[in-house]
Design a protein. Structure first.
Length: 330
């Protein structure tokens, strides 16, 4: 499937004189519509024939959701390489997505119906990674809502969820604002990092900076908590230096009155090219229902994913903490 995406995108890139990413979006739409779109005579007849032959190699009903997701992911990685796409549009690595999904399973497995939110959905790679894990491990009626203000990323997300037959509603909207959704059961997101440029919108948030631009990841943490049901969990990928900046006090003040900080798990340093790009998994819970602050906040650092025995041992400790501390009824 990746080969078909790649070859068709290269053909369309040349035929339409466009970027690889835009060509991939066009190709994905062709595949979904089962028809090669022609506008103003482009692509020409010979290219249409080549594309049609390529698409005939893909028998969509024979592919499961994970195969589709991985093919889309590989094509996006090629697009990032070819088009030199900016850092905040990078794909969340599978290793991280799989860990986040694995940690979430036990937190939501007793619920019959589950609605997820990703306020920075991007291409929906992380969201569908987690959804596919939940589908395999639980019997949920599972759906999700994803927001993004980048129309190209959202177009890829649409291809991703449509070909996977995932029940995901996508909205082209800046998530710093009124989302106009019902409270959700869980939030899963790889939060963009950096400053939010529109100070007027940021001032409505408790995590807004006192002076200058606010951190967009702080605002999205607050937005995530505000749109959770009581007792719901937010599993967020955040900078590992989240609690070591000049704006930390404002974030902690907000969390103290609004959320239970249950876990902060730093990811292996060897996953990241530079210190400033290192990430951690933040687990927050909204008070209410049966929610309680865990007796022991789980703080730790994953061993390298290459150290399989060390990694499995640490993951087992986290699961043991989930079952016997976080979720234990006392």
């Amino acid at each position: 499937m990746f080969n078909v995406f790649d070859q068709s995108s290269q053909l369309l890139k040349d035929a339409l004189a466009t970027s690889y990413l835009d060509a991939f979006i066009e190709s994905g739409d062709n595949l979904i519509e089962n028809h090669v779109q022609v506008e103003d005579g482009r692509p020409d007849t010979a290219t249409v024939e080549q594309l049609t032959t390529l698409y005939q190699q893909v028998d969509l009903p024979t592919y499961n959701a994970e195969t589709v997701r991985q093919a889309v992911q590989l094509t996006m990685l090629k697009a990032i390489q070819e088009d030199k796409i900016q850092g905040n549009h990078q794909i969340t690595p599978d290793s991280i997505g799989m860990v986040m999904g694995y940690l979430l399973i036990r937190l939501v497995e007793k619920q019959q119906k589950l609605v997820l939110l990703d306020p920075a959905v991007g291409t929906a790679n992380l969201l569908t990674t987690v959804m596919n894990q939940l589908t395999d491990a639980t019997a949920h009626d599972l759906s999700a809502i994803g927001f993004d203000n980048d129309d190209s990323m959202l177009s890829v997300a649409d291809i991703n969820v449509t070909l996977q037959h995932a029940t995901v509603e996508l909205r082209h909207q800046d998530a710093i604002g009124d989302l106009l959704i019902s409270p959700v059961d869980a939030v899963v997101s790889d939060l963009p990092v950096g400053y939010y440029p529109i100070d007027e919108k940021a001032t409505k948030f408790k995590t807004a900076a006192k002076e200058g631009h606010s951190y967009v990841h702080h605002l999205l943490i607050e937005q995530s908590m505000q749109n959770l049901k009581p007792g719901g969990f937010a599993l967020l990928l955040v900078p590992s230096q989240l609690f070591s900046t000049s704006e930390t006090k404002g974030l902690l003040d907000f969390l103290q009155g609004t959320a239970y900080l249950q876990a902060f798990l730093t990811l292996p340093k060897d996953l990241f090219a530079a210190n400033q790009s290192e990430k951690a998994i933040l687990l927050l819970q909204r008070p209410g229902e049966t929610a309680k602050q865990a007796d022991k906040v789980m703080i730790g650092e994953f061993p390298s994913f290459k150290d399989q025995s060390g990694f499995q041992k640490f993951l087992a400790e986290v699961v043991n903490w989930e079952l016997n501390d976080l979720l234990a009824v006392k």
